[in-house]
Structures are given as structure tokens and as C-alpha cells.
Design a protein around this ligand. Structure first.
Ligand SMILES: Nc1ncnc2c1ncn2[C@@H]1O[C@H](COP(=O)(O)OP(=O)(O)O)[C@@H](O)[C@H]1O
Ligand SMILES: [Mg+2]
Length: 524
């Protein structure tokens, strides 16, 4: 139906005039927005202007998808025929229920009241509401004295995705890029490791993996206890990856690495306006970033005492209070904490709150040091070697049996991290792909790493021999015996003193092990 006919059918000048002026008696609109068309007037400038205004109005009425008129109080006073088809989606069946209402109540997200308030048009805007997305134009209407008496809203297009194709596709491209960046970020936050990345089949390693698997099935807090480099962070990733939250983010905070003064904001976020300057807009804390996923609190033993009550409350209530806000915000993150310190001792010393300790210590997992699972060293050496090769773009190094035996005999206070360093440096010192015992020994000496089983040196092979070229320049039989003792001690340590298991680790029979043990005792 042509819009012009629609307008005139629906709101002939007289009706519209009565509506605008009459209904709103006191502050009403004195004249309709549509100029008069009196053929008897002389063709002066005013008439041309009036005609132009009328043509414009008709043009918009004709070409647009709908028009709506509000009075100076922001009430809808008139809509044209085309506009009516939006009413059901806006929640109205009858025109009478819509007209007469404050526009802000019946059209969500409208800006008409702003146009009336400011007197400034909004020539092009996107309006999205229950009825759809529209390109709209809003124009204030003024009386002869220039007073704003109402506003005209024009729906220029609906379905802007078809009419504004180039603009929309540009927008869609930007949106796609944004999504991609977000996905990328999510991937980075996603786990690097699964339980399969935790190398080791020694009884101790198997037990850790069993506990980690069980922890993954639960949603209680996990506490990973172990020396540095034992794989606590790796396990945290693996537990997250094996949990129902695997699709959510894994967010880590290394408490030891963040200055105390910044920790609160780092954990709980900052409310908008809490600070002037850079953080004016507010910032999400790690708890919020981990929403739907897992929060890994590394080095929890370093948590300043002053912040512990707030962390405890967050864990107990599942709510956080961003800095500078007095609102509690719920979060949904599973907490895995780790520490290389003796938490129970810290509690005794009053440096760690006991209530927080119990709150975290729901599923404790003790991650054993490498010296308690020397049987895992060959497999670890192989895996670490592969990784080193991969990073350097070379083939993985080949480690000689002697070098391996030497590695197995060390105390490894830095655990796997330290083992990896030694391997990497020994590989650099080796001319070929093969790593022999000598460069390993050199690196160990340079790093001051002591052997695990205190190896007894023969009296004549003491300082003097070492001063010239190291402990390798000694009779071979003696070195082999020494290595053998170290390997046996290591196997016994790894098996917790169980001789059957130790013999199996060494690949020798139980009888042979007893034989060697009695030899060792005899020689001491
Ligand atoms: N069982 C394991 N198998 C393979 N790599 C390991 C294992 N444990 C630790 N690592 C590696 O050793 C390094 C230190 O481990 P990490 O998890 O950071 O230890 P922690 O958090 O206990 O200090 C990391 O590169 C990690 O991938
Ligand atoms: Mg760590």
C-alpha cells in the first residue's frame, strides 16, 4: 500500500492536528508537522518551502518502512500504516494500546526521548530491539518559535543485513577477526598437557597419576605439594584437561611472581572508576577470567597473610569483591593450588592461616621428587631429549648407557627442570648427537650437583685424581663398581627398599641383587 495513502487514510491532516494539539491540550503540539497545501496561496518562497517539506515527508513515508511521531513529553501520538506491522513483535495487538504510551516504554532502546531532550537529530542509527534490527532516523520537530514540540522517527530499513550489505560485511569481517583472536586466546589458556605428558611408570609416578585422575573427576580444591620442578604445574594442566571443565579456561597466577601490592587486583579485579587513569574502565581479576574453568594458584605458600582472609572468603562463598566496589560478584572456577613449601610448617609459624590451609587441603597430592623415582629417569631423558631436539630443530640426542647411569645416580634437587638443563647443556658440549658420560659429568661438576647415593671413592682416587681431569680418569673397574652401587642405591630408593621391585628396575634377578649387595657390604 502506498505510504502516502496510508498516512492520509490513517491520519488526515485534521485528525493528526487534533491529535497533536487536542489530545495534549496544555503543552500540545500547535500544528501538525505536515505543511498545509493550500492551492490558493501565491507561489512564493514560503509555499515552495512548504511543498518541499511535504514532498520530503511523503518521500520518507513512501520509501521508509514506518514512521512514528511523539510529542514533547515523549508519548507516541501517531504511527503510520507500515509501522503497524512491528506492533506484534513489540508486544502489542492493537494500535490503541501503543499510541498514547511513553515511547521509551513501548519501543525498547529508542532514542526518541533523547532527541526531544537535546533537540538534536540522530540522522542515522542502528536500532535493535524485540522487533529486529533497523536503520532509523530521528528528527526533532519545532514550532515557529523554535521550541521542540515533538519528534519524528523514521524506520529507513529493516533487515539492514541486506540493504547495507557492504557495511555489514565489513562489520562481519571485523567480528570474525575478533572471534578468531578470542579463540586464539582461549587456546593459549587451554591446557598444554594431559596426564599422558606426565612421564613415568615407577610406582611413585603411577600413584601420582592415579590421584590426579581421581582429582579430575571431582570439583573440590586440589593441593599439589612437591619440590620445584617435580611437575606440579604439568599436573594442574592435566587435571584441568581431564575434568568436566576442560572446555573452559585454565588461568594461572604465580603468587611468588606478583608483587604483594598488586595481588589483590590481580585476583579479584578492579571495579570501574576505582582508580583514575589507566584502570578507569575496570579490569577483570583472575577469578573472573577463570569463570567456567580452573584457576591455578601456583606458590600458594607465598600468599601474603593480609590477603588470605579475602581468598578464604572467595573460596568459601564462591563470591569475590572487586577492588573499589562494594558488590559481591559470583564466580565459578575450580581451584588447584600448588606449593613447594611446607604449608603445615607455615601454619605452625603463623605465616599461613590454618582455616585457609584446610580449605585448600581437600585433595592433597604429594608429587614425589625425582630421587624417589629414579626408575623414571631413562624415560624422562628420552622425552626431554625429544623435546630439546624439537626446539632446536635437530634430531633428539642419543644418550649412552654410561651417561644415563650417571644421570640416574644424581640427587636432582631441581628435579625434572634440573635434569632437563643438564641434558641440554651436555648436548651442547657434544660434537655428535650422542651424549657420552664425560660431558654429563662436566656439566654436573660445573653445576655443583651432588650424587644421590653418597658414592665412596677409593682412598687413592681422591682429590689428586679429580684435580687432573675429573673423576673419570680412574680405573674403569672402580668406576663401574661405583656406578653399580649408585644404581642399586637408586633402585632401592625408588622401590622404597623393596628388593624384588629394585631387582626388576635394574633388570637383574633377585639373586644377583643379593649377591651385589653383600659384595657392597663386604667392601665397606
Ligand atoms: N613427569 C613429567 N614428565 C615430563 N615432563 C615433566 C614431568 N614433570 C615435569 N616435567 C617438566 O619439567 C618442567 C618443570 O615442571 P613443572 O610442572 O613446571 O614443575 P613445578 O611446577 O613442580 O615446579 C616442565 O618443563 C615440565 O614439563
Ligand atoms: Mg612451578
Amino acid at each position: 500500500m502506498p505510504a502516502q495513502a496510508g498516512i492520509h487514510d490513517q491520519a488526515p491532516r485534521s485528525t493528526l492536528g487534533r491529535r497533536l494539539g487536542g489530545d495534549r491540550a496544555a503543552g500540545g503540539l500547535p500544528s501538525p508537522p505536515m505543511p498545509a497545501s493550500d492551492d490558493t496561496l501565491p507561489l512564493d518562497g514560503q509555499r515552495i518551502l512548504a511543498l518541499a517539506a511535504r514532498s520530503m515527508f511523503d518521500l520518507f513515508a513512501n520509501a521508509s518502512e514506518g514512521m512514528l511521531l511523539v510529542d514533547r513529553d515523549g508519548r507516541v501520538v501517531w504511527i503510520n500504516d507500515q509501522y503497524k506491522r512491528f506492533l506484534p513483535a513489540l508486544g502489542f495487538e492493537r494500535v490503541e494500546d501503543f499510541v498514547g504510551k511513553p515511547v521509551a516504554e513501548v519501543v525498547q532502546n529508542t532514542q526518541m526521548d533523547r532527541v526531544i531532550r537535546t533537540g538534536k537529530p540522530i540522522l542515522i542509527d542502528l536500532l535493535a530491539n524485540r522487533a529486529g534490527t533497523f536503520v532509523v532516523s530521528r528528527i526533532p520537530l519545532r514550532d515557529e518559535a523554535g521550541e521542540v514540540i515533538g519528534a519524528l522517527g523514521i524506520v529507513l530499513f529493516d533487515h539492514p543485513e541486506t540493504t547495507l550489505q557492504p557495511l555489514i560485511s565489513k562489520f562481519a569481517n571485523l567480528q570474525r577477526e575478533l572471534d578468531e583472536a578470542r579463540r586464539e586466546l582461549a587456546t593459549q589458556r587451554r591446557t598444554k598437557y594431559t596426564l599422558a605428558s606426565f612421564i613415568g611408570s615407577s610406582p611413585a609416578a603411577t600413584e601420582v597419576k592415579r590421584q590426579a585422575r581421581r582429582a579430575a573427576l571431582s570439583s573440590s580444591p586440589v593441593l599439589l605439594l612437591g619440590e620445584t620442578g617435580t611437575g606440579k604445574e604439568l599436573l594442574a594442566h592435566a587435571i584441568h584437561a581431564g575434568s568436566a571443565r576442560a572446555r573452559g579456561p585454565l588461568v594461572s597466577v604465580n603468587i611468588a611472581a606478583v608483587p604483594d601490592t598488586l595481588l589483590e587486583a590481580e585476583f579479584f579485579g578492579v571495579a570501574p572508576g576505582a582508580y583514575t587513569g589507566a584502570d578507569r574502565k575496570g579490569r577483570d581479576g583472575k577469578f573472573k577470567l577463570a569463570d567456567g574453568g580452573t584457576l591455578f594458584l601456583d606458590e600458594i605458600g607465598d600468599m601474603p597473610l593480609s590477603l588470605q582472609p579475602k581468598l578464604l572468603r572467595a573460596l568459601q562463598e564462591g563470591e569475590i569483591e572487586p577492588l573499589g566496589s562494594n558488590r559481591l560478584v559470583p564466580f565459578d572456577a575450580r581451584v588447584i593450588a600448588a606449593t613447594s613449601r611446607d604449608l603445615a610448617q607455615l601454619v605452625r609459624e603463623g605465616r599461613f592461616r590454618e582455616d585457609l590451609y584446610y580449605r585448600l587441603n581437600v585433595l592433597p597430592i604429594r608429587v614425589p621428587p625425582l630421587r624417589e623415582r629414579q626408575a623414571d629417569i631413562p624415560a624422562l631423558v628420552e622425552a626431554l631429549g625429544e623435546d630439546i631436539g624439537l626446539r632446536n630443530g635437530t634430531l633428539p640426542p642419543e644418550v649412552s648407557p654410561q651417561a644415563l647411569a650417571l644421570l640416574q645416580a644424581q640427587a636432582w634437587r631441581g628435579n625434572i627442570r634440573e635434569l632437563r638443563n643438564v641434558l641440554e647443556q651436555a648436548a651442547m658440549r657434544s660434537d655428535s648427537r650422542r651424549i657420552e658420560a664425560a660431558p654429563v659429568q662436566e656439566v654436573l661438576c660445573a653445576a655443583g650437583i651432588e650424587p644421590a647415593a653418597p658414592v665412596q671413592l677409593a682412598p687413592d682416587a681422591g682429590q689428586g685424581a679429580q684435580a687432573h681431569g675429573g673423576p673419570l680418569l680412574r680405573p674403569l673397574a672402580e668406576q663401574v663398581a661405583q656406578l653399580e652401587r649408585a644404581a642399586i642405591a637408586a633402585a632401592l630408593a625408588a622401590s622404597g627398599g623393596n628388593k624384588v621391585a629394585a631387582a626388576r628396575l635394574l633388570g637383574i634377578s633377585r639373586a644377583t641383587l643379593y649377591e651385589r649387595l653383600s659384595d657392597i657390604q663386604a667392601s665397606v
